[in-house]
Design a protein around this ligand. Structure first.
Ligand SMILES: Nc1nc2c(c(=O)[nH]1)N(C=O)[C@@H](CNc1ccc(C(=O)N[C@@H](CCC(=O)O)C(=O)O)cc1)CN2
Length: 440
């Protein structure tokens, strides 16, 4: 532990609320419970108690929970007071508890930090817990809860275990190759497993964009000539007047964004300035931004006014696009010319549900399958790339001898250990001794 302080905080949300949860962790927890609740409560059982301030006055009548360390969330003694969620009640409780000797207000994330330091959570699980608390969409929640439960860590720890085993095998071959317990061509098997691992890691890294979409949103950008109906569509999607709409070309000059939740996936839709030549200075900057935005989009909606179709030039060819005919209500009985993916009228509401379903389907497809394990942070990707580089180098450097190659396996495993925050060399020896009867 870094400190012996006990920490207290309001662990539930904004007040007033039905109930407020005040949590304390650390060595003073027992004493605080005994004093405030007039005695200890049974471990891990919610118990209704009167809660007394240090001056002998009644603060509230609430539920008390005590979790003895080390089997608690933080690994220390933890208690919770579930009190009436008034500001004054929670305030008095917090000030009273923080007033005890050796107790102070917790820093942000400090309970979880203690859980990590006490080995309750690894680094990836800790990150996932933060994601879980911040999750706003179903996809974000699903992804975070799976990783908070250790799915992502298990993948890295599995690779790390294989590398530690591989290195143990190579070192055993170096040190004990004259002994009969070591199989002859162990290194062939080892290096082919390393090759397989490089592929597995590469495929895993490829999933990072899906993780970014889950977290930051599927990027949809609306493009088109001035007055193609971009802002009307944008407002229809936003279900409010988020963008100013006029019949004057060049009304939208800056990028406008709205965030949608389409079937549990975060989708960010950006409205842009109409693409045209020879505009004014401000509008030109807007058009530049629109073009730049198109390059980072996951989907472009290319809008054309059916009554006055102006094809959009200079759009990125490698970004998926939907060509959308707008103002279909003005068309009466005419059949639109040209190949459109959708027809809409924001005036009559035609085609909007279908368009939303299409965007939602594409966003869902982009995040991959439920249960896919993805790298959730750039930090993971960077360390995974380093891991891969060491593995590729170990694999290719035959002429440098087994010792150097074994060292590269160690460095690779070390990078994986850094991802989960558990780098430790003792287990290497364990593997060697558990695999071969060296001492015989
Ligand atoms: N009231 C309340 N609700 C909560 C939490 C909490 O701390 N308090 N949590 C907190 O964020 C989450 C639940 N997570 C928890 C994780 C571990 C332990 C715990 O006591 N772990 C022990 C014992 C495990 C067991 O009995 O199986 C341990 O790991 O040793 C408790 C809650 C969500 N809901």
């Amino acid at each position: 532990m870094i400190s012996d302080d006990s920490i207290v905080a309001l662990s539930s949300g904004r007040l007033p609320a039905g109930i407020a949860v005040i949590r304390i962790s650390g060595p003073k927890t027992r004493f605080v419970v005994e004093t405030i609740a007039g005695g200890m409560v049974k471990d891990r059982v919610a118990t209704l108690r009167k809660l007394w301030a240090t001056d002998g006055s009644l603060m509230d009548h609430g539920l008390v929970l005590f979790f003895p360390g080390p089997t608690s969330f933080t690994g220390e003694d933890v208690a919770e007071f579930h009190v009436h969620g008034g500001r004054a009640v929670a305030g008095r409780m917090l000030e009273t508890i923080a007033g005890f000797d050796g107790v102070r207000h917790a820093e942000p994330g400090e309970f979880t930090r203690r859980a990590f330091l006490n080995g309750k959570l690894d680094l990836v699980e800790t990150e996932a817990l933060a994601d879980l608390v911040n999750a706003e969409t179903e996809a974000q929640r699903r992804f975070a809860v799976q990783n908070a439960e250790g799915a992502q860590s298990a993948l890295y720890l599995g690779w790390r275990r294989r590398l530690i085993h591989a290195r143990a095998m190579i070192e055993a071959e170096i040190d004990f190759s004259d002994e009969e317990d070591v199989p002859g061509s162990v290194s062939d098997t080892v290096w082919s497993d390393v090759r397989a691992m490089i592929d597995e890691i590469s495929r895993h890294i490829d999933g990072f964009h899906a993780a970014e979409i889950i977290r930051d949103g599927f990027e949809v950008v609306i493009l088109g000539a001035p007055n193609a109906g971009k802002s009307s569509l944008f407002n229809a999607l936003a279900r409010r007047e988020a963008a100013i709409v006029t019949d004057e070309p060049g009304t939208t000059r800056d990028l406008l964004e709205v965030v949608l939740d389409l079937n549990g996936v975060r989708v960010r839709v950006t409205d842009t300035a109409g693409l045209r030549e020879a505009p004014g200075k401000v509008e030109a900057i807007g058009i530049e931004k629109a073009r730049a935005k198109a390059h980072t989009a996951d989907l472009m909606l290319l809008l054309e006014d059916l009554a006055n179709p102006v094809a959009i030039s200079e759009i990125p060819a490698d970004i998926p696009a939907l060509r959308i005919g707008t103002k279909v209500d003005l068309l009466k009985d005419q059949r639109p010319l040209g190949a459109y993916d959708a027809f809409i009228s924001t005036v009559e509401g035609t085609g909007l549900a279908e368009l939303l379903a299409e965007i939602g389907g594409r966003a869902a497809a982009a995040i991959g399958d439920v249960g896919d394990i993805l790298p959730s942070r750039l930090r993971h990707v960077e360390l995974l790339n380093e891991t891969k580089r060491f593995l590729a180098s170990a694999l290719s450097g035959e002429e440098r001898g087994q010792e150097l190659r074994a060292e590269e396996l160690r460095l690779a495993a070390d990078r994986l250990g850094r991802i989960v925050g558990a780098v430790d060399v003792e287990d290497l020896l364990d593997v060697i001794f558990s695999q071969f009867c060296i001492g015989k």
